[in-house]
Design a binder for this molecule. Structure first.
Ligand code: NDP
Ligand code: OXD
Length: 307
């Protein structure tokens, strides 16, 4: 009987019960066994040392889409595949969160709330979506459907990725050499990149300065992509109007971080797309079944690329 260790922080018992129902021939554990022998480890942000103490690992199943912490820990043996989370539930969450942030800004909703509080009946200029350009950095499992959603509202949409993408009605830019062109003159910049050596600090003052003045930054990817001090400078100089941030260099966001109180920074606590136990366990159980019948696994992290 193969063992599957559930080492997630939130609702581990719920995950374990769902795995027991999906994989009745497996032994589902909530703590590492004394001998460490476990074929599968289901992890989010595992405590340091947990993966290193396991033996006989065959697959690491990540409940997160982003796996930079697993790669950085160095605890997953070289030959063991790490399968990241790709789940329609995550896509739905991210599409809705980006839609809410982009449409709220595009339709001046927080500006009208400020006017309401001041008792002011004061219409602002209302643009058509087709008069705004959006660039989405990252065109993968999340970035591509987000770009499609934005295009469906009528925005002019560009995506930027490592390799060119063919998405209907969306302009594709690829590679570092085309980053500036992808961002030139956009009103809205959406980040949905993974954290890798190439994406850290990518969104700096110079890149924000390539956007049209007075735009919106939406970061649903990872905090490490944004240079915080550059973002604050761009906001304070009016280069940028607002920033909607779901992810941060340090999470939870430290209590004294200026983002908390900045009037034009909108903080959500890493909830843009959360992993739902029911949908994600069904996906991970299918990965286990595929592995055991020798079928190739989907969404295996490419360690050389870093995502
Ligand atoms: P994917 O791996 O499916 O897509 C990543 C995209 O980024 C791809 O289009 C890839 O290019 C592109 N990319 C990677 N490196 C580079 C680079 N150096 N230059 C240009 N483009 C690059 O990831 P997902 O879409 O599933 O997830 C993206 C990220 O979203 C996750 O890594 C995670 O950090 C974050 N996330 C945040 C959540 C939240 O709640 N806030 C929830 C879930 C995920 P190519 O297409 O060429 O491979
Ligand atoms: C993430 C996730 O990678 O929640 O942020 O899946």
């Amino acid at each position: 009987m193969k063992r599957l260790l559930v080492a997630v922080r939130t609702n581990p018992q719920v995950f374990a019960d769902l795995f027991r129902a999906e994989l009745p021939a497996h032994e589902v554990l909530l703590t590492p066994p004394d001998d460490g022998a476990t074929a599968y480890a289901v992890v989010g942000l595992p405590p340091a040392g947990l993966l290193a103490q396991l033996s006989g690992l065959e697959v690491v199943l990540s409940i997160n889409a982003g796996v930079e912490h697993l790669l950085a820990s160095g605890e997953v043996p070289a030959g063991v595949p790490i399968v990241r989370m790709v789940d329609p539930g995550l896509v739905e969450g991210m599409v809705q969160w980006v839609a809410a942030r982009v449409l709220g800004w595009h339709r001046n909703l927080s500006a009208y709330r400020d006017r309401q509080m001041a008792g002011r009946w004061a219409p602002l200029t209302e643009l058509l979506a087709s008069e705004r350009t959006v660039a989405v950095l990252g065109a993968g499992a999340l970035g591509a459907p987000v770009a499609a959603m934005l295009a469906s509202f009528g925005f002019r949409v560009r995506v930027w990725s490592r390799t060119p993408r063919d998405l209907p009605g969306i302009a594709s830019f690829a590679g570092r050499g085309q980053l500036g062109a992808a961002v030139d003159g956009v009103d809205i910049l959406v980040n949905l990149l993974p954290t890798t050596a190439e994406t850290v600090d990518l969104i700096d003052y110079a890149l924000l300065g390539r956007m049209a003045a007075g735009g919106l930054l939406v970061n649903g990817g990872r905090g490490a992509a944004v240079v915080d001090a550059d973002l604050l400078r761009a906001l304070d100089e009016g280069l940028l109007d607002s920033a909607a941030l779901d992810v941060f260099r340090q999470e939870p966001l430290p209590a004294d971080h200026p983002f908390w109180t900045h009037p034009r920074v909108f903080v959500t606590p890493h909830v843009a797309a959360i992993t739902h136990a029911r949908t994600s366990v069904a996906i991970m159980a299918e990965t286990v079944r595929r592995h055991e019948r020798g079928a190739p696994l989907d969404h295996v992290v490419d360690r050389a690329r870093g995502y």
